[in-house]
Design a protein around this ligand. Sequence first.
Ligand SMILES: C[S@@+](CC[C@H](N)C(=O)[O-])C[C@H]1O[C@@H](n2cnc3c(N)ncnc32)[C@H](O)[C@@H]1O
Length: 306
Amino acid sequence: MKKPYYLSLEPLVPWKETERPCVWARRFGREAPIELEIGFGNGSALVERARAHPERHFIGVEIFWESVKRALRRAAQAGVTNLAIVQAPARPFLERLVAPRALSAALCLFPCPWPKERHAAHRLFSKPFLEILNSRLADGGETEIVTDFEPYRDWLLEQVPGTGFEARSEEIPASYGTKYEHKWSDLGRERFFRIVLAKREHVAIPSMRDETMRVHTIDRFDPERFEPKGTTGVPTVQFKEFLYDPQRRKGMLRAFVAEEGLQQHFWIEVAEVEGRWKIRPAEGSGLLPTAGAQLALDLARDSAAG
Ligand SMILES: C[S@@+](CC[C@H](N)C(=O)[O-])C[C@H]1O[C@@H](n2cnc3c(N)ncnc32)[C@H](O)[C@@H]1O
């Protein structure tokens, strides 16, 4: 074990266990404009803005756990209380945790550029992403994106038509002091590309609701013959391994599910209960109830019953 890592977990929002969409005013204990930072890295800009503007609320969303820890430590050192940090991919976060028109502004500094043309599909600010971002911004709200990569700027501007945003773009010097800005400045770069997207029309996308998961019950189950098959396409389901405890008559199936903008690993339990076999999400597996998760349960049932 490494040395203990001291930080406050107070700002951390466990997005799969929290109410969706989140009532942010209740979480923060008061009403205030909410600004979102996407992909905050070590959190330097996020925490500094939270410190400089105690009258506003800030939410940071970031996929990388090491970054989340760094930001939590910075937040604790700065003593800010107007900050929430969510470890999640930005798109399902916006779809599920943020109600329409809930944000006053959004910021993303140096989104992953995916410089190779064949990887462009991985870039975050695609048209569908801009649409969900638009729907979660208040009318007149703005999104600011800064990149060092000119082709990303050009690609992003191509995504804008039809998303309810009006774009303006300018070249700026280093202005934010983030790790990635330093990285490029140290390599001699002096100009960066700032794109501001102003919301002009509302794109109506309601909060995405959780699926009500249907669990399965079957009469017989033979672990020796249990070989569940996944499926490709959207959603994709893969089954990774099956562990079985004959004493407790209980098995655990590890599943991976990929659907629009969301990937999940979780465990499915196949357990004997009062003479019959239940197939259901394992307790504590941190599952987000989605159509893909349901499909994984259904495929497990098909194999178990067959
Ligand atoms: C190039 S780094 C920039 C970090 C920071 N903003 C800076 O300027 O130093 C991009 C960051 O975006 C995060 N990221 C990538 N895709 C994301 C997504 N879908 N949702 C949230 N964060 C994401 C990465 O983990 C990484 O921390």
